[in-house]
Design a protein around this ligand. Sequence first.
Ligand code: HSE
Length: 301
Amino acid sequence: MQSNQQVIVSVPATTANLGPGFDCLGMALDLYNQIYMSFAPSTTIEVEGQGANEIKRDEENIVWQAARRVFTELGQPMPGIAIKLVNQIPTSRGLGSSAAAIVGGLVAANNLAGNKLSQDTLLALATEMEGHPDNVAPALLGGIVISVVSEGKVHYLRIDPPEELSTVVAIPDFELSTQAAREVLPRQVSLQDAIFNLSRSALMVGALCQKRLDLLTVAAQDVLHQPHRAPLVPGLVQVIENANRAGALSVMLSGAGPTVIAFTHNFQKEVAGVMEKTFLEAGVICQTKNLKPIVDGAVIL
Ligand code: HSE
């Protein structure tokens, strides 16, 4: 029998790639979407906050689709559900809004259905829905997550972020779809470029594990995606250069962009100012936020 209990799930924003770790590294940040879900005679979807004007209220809604994926996995018919979304994560900006919707929908529906699916199964379903694990893994598990998909299974390692690590995100006032930002990437890369990213990506993980923030400048370098995406984000190269000069530890595209994220040693106000000013010089208005890496992923409130 279905109860009339309501579940509330809080899911964090995430930054993917961390520079060179394309499709395999991600970190949770303290900006949240809340998903309210309960059984209902028929499906209703309400949205407040970020994306309220664009997010679909029908069967194309990602949270609803994630809930349906749970019931399909359990071999049960999709019940009527009432969904309310209270969103802080801006949509299509490179801060994991779709990952948060997928993870939130999966966790909420799994809870309503009696928590029968394990965390590993939820991660596998989330990765299948998103197409890559780098945002969904930290959205579900929190912290910094290295994830690898092998033979349909997601293998992952989660590490706590260094306490002194903080970030500044500069969020441009335009959307960039992940699909568009992936279409500009070359299908093949040179051995030299592969070595460049492999070495930095390994260094990034080691530096974060050993809290060697001094190594993050080199560790964040990338040649696989950022140079190809630069034409889609006016001012990207200059914002990275100027924020580095203003004292950031490292500066990179957040996920597929257009948000640029600076890793800083605690909060550095100058970095935010420089990012805003440099974007403006390139004709881009942006909002800056100081976001802290966090330990928790999706939690049921
Ligand atoms: N790794 C992905 C990309 C993250 O850069 O395209 C965006 O979802």
